[in-house]
Design a protein around this ligand. Sequence first.
Ligand code: F6R
Length: 365
Amino acid sequence: KRGGFRHFMLKEIYDQPQAIEDTLNHYIDAQTLTIRRESMPFTKEQAQQVENITIVACGTAYHAGMVGQNLLEQLARVRTHAQIASEYRYQDTVYSANETLIAVSQSGETADTIAAVRKAKNNGHRIVALSNVLGSTVAREAHAVMYTLAGPEIAVASTKAYTTQVLLFEILALDLGNLRGLISERELQDCLRELLRLPGQVRSVLERAGQVEHFAHSMRMCRDVFFIGRQLDYCTSLEAALKLKEISYIHSEAYAAGELKHGTIALIDETTLVVATATQERIFLKTLSNVEEVRARGASILLITDKEIQNEGQFQDIWPVPGMRDIYSPIPATVYVQLFAYYMALQKGCDIDKPRNLAKSVTVE
Ligand code: F6R
């Protein structure tokens, strides 16, 4: 069942090119380079009228929602806010007219996410679900559903469900951007053509698993890891920190790179590993200057980037993200950090597929 892999998690990491390809095929017609209208949750009219989107989810799915927030604002210019479902359900929120709620849930059975959906429904909002399980509760409660075609995910730590959720947000944001007149047909085709290359790009990251394993081995004594990045790279950092702590029990935190100096930098010393993700052209140099700040405090630094680096010797390691549009980088960058978490946990002898205290589906509050 594990297809020759030592753990389900590793198998599912390697399932990703296929999961991405299946999801792409479902939503995109590669022949005509168009998005299949019948698979999308917004009609042209709904897309033009939507004013406010709230994304709710828990854990890893929330991190996909953070990517969604960034992409929907950037590409579709819709005001979007990602919120943790357990917070949303008890918040005395101020709503505006024409609200849409997007609930992201691999299982579709997470209690807090279901409660958030029911609250929004009671308030008359339109509900769109992103789920991996056909006919799950969240999917059934929603007015429209987008499914990830990741196949069953067995390991407690989510991998292929996450990258395919991010992929759905890429497709949704491009579609809304196009329907709202911000992305021309021609631009959309260029974006889709490139998106269809994603399975190959993910495969090229998987081919570097040996490098990741080697680096993880060199960091085996490490007790604190900080993941830093800005914007989409911050989302990847959040997901990286969660993956590492949940399966290896190593203390890890994610910080928006510019926030570090407002307190957390006090924790950085020669024993700390800082993993910087820098794939976004617009803010690349800003993140690198934060890297300089932590280097000055003696931290070891791993850089994940698709950009050319001059002073390679200053990094403990560099993991190259295949060159694509910056909006697509979170997917290959995430595959690296999944592998990193896996190999860190492996050398500590952790129960990778069933980490302590965790359940695959959190159906109670
Ligand atoms: C972490 C992980 C969890 C889930 C969360 C939500 O690797 O898997 O954080 O993402 O419990 O689960 P779903 O997506 O099923 O609602």
